[in-house]
Write a protein of this length. Sequence first.
Length: 148
Amino acid sequence: MAIINIFSKYADDISLIVPQYCDVDLAREFHNIQHWSVCNKTTINLSKTMEIVFRRPRPLRYNFVSSINGVGLVDYVKSLGIILRQSLSFDLYVTELLKQCSKRIYLLWLLRGQGLSIDQMNTVFVGLIVSRLLCVTCLGCVSICWSG
């Protein structure tokens, strides 16, 4: 594995990040991961394996071809609960988060009908909604730092 490439493993998910200019190409690095999985007695599910090419947003649509046979090229991925688009935009993630918060507000409305006190409602609200929004606030800080 090249020093410049990043290999991270979380539970049963593996992420490989390969920059555009590198002495080892993506197909070779993926072969190294397959070899590693055989040595560690694990399997890689190719039907769940995806490739994404991060790029700057442009008005033109690029037609990329997958670098690895049997691996699909996608426009966005979900990693550790965060949806990343190929243009590094978080709009899909924010839309999904708003849908989730809307469902949780409806749950609060149902709980209020069951007779929960204001203190109990506040505890549930902080646990279900505020915690999710604070995560987005942290992501906003990261994306602002990336953009300069």
